[in-house]
Design a protein around this ligand. Structure first.
Ligand code: HEC
Length: 127
């Protein structure tokens, strides 16, 4: 019957639209750089500090990795896109190893999240 065919076509078109939308939504960062910096890096209660001290929960470990996944989707206020991609990918890889690893992985992660080096390259100078 023709009706069945129409339904089929409608389903295919619908599915295509959905994929496009979901993909597009995926590329938009869930958190801003500012939000990520505050939660992951700022102060003695940051996720980074908790990871170093060993007081981080499994849920927070997942959150930390998620923040770094989102970090790379953001655009930094300055600096080249290539360098930003490299840095954020390095940080993500190091963080993933650190949440599953020991002292050695955590030390590497600390190195990868060198605040000044990344800020010099990508944070705007007026603040
Ligand atoms: C991979 C790069 C990168 C690393 C590593 C990094 N930052 Fe940042 N950080 C940025 C960028 C880019 C901004 C500027 C965001 C903006 O202005 O939109 C920023 C901004 C900040 C801010 C200001 C947020 C605000 O209120 O606007 C703080 C605080 C901060 N970072 C703390 C840290 C600390 C502490 C570390 C080290 C433990 C660190 N960051 C490591 C890239 C990085």
């Amino acid at each position: 019957m023709h009706k069945a065919r129409l339904w089929c076509a409608a389903l295919v078109v619908g599915a295509l639209f959905l994929t496009v939308f979901v993909r597009a939504g995926d590329d938009k960062p869930k958190y801003t750089i500012e939000q990520i910096m505050k939660a992951a890096h700022s102060g003695s209660k940051s996720l980074q500090k908790k990871l170093e001290k060993g007081t981080i929960t499994d849920e927070e470990k997942g959150k930390l990795v998620e923040y770094y996944e989102e970090l790379g989707k953001n655009k930094p206020p300055k600096g080249s896109a290539e360098d930003w991609q490299k840095r954020t990918t390095d940080v993500l890889t190091a963080a993933k190893a650190a949440v599953n690893g020991g002292a050695e992985e955590i030390a590497k992660y600390k190195k990868a999240t060198n605040c000044k080096s990344c800020h010099d390259a990508h944070k705007s100078t007026e603040d």
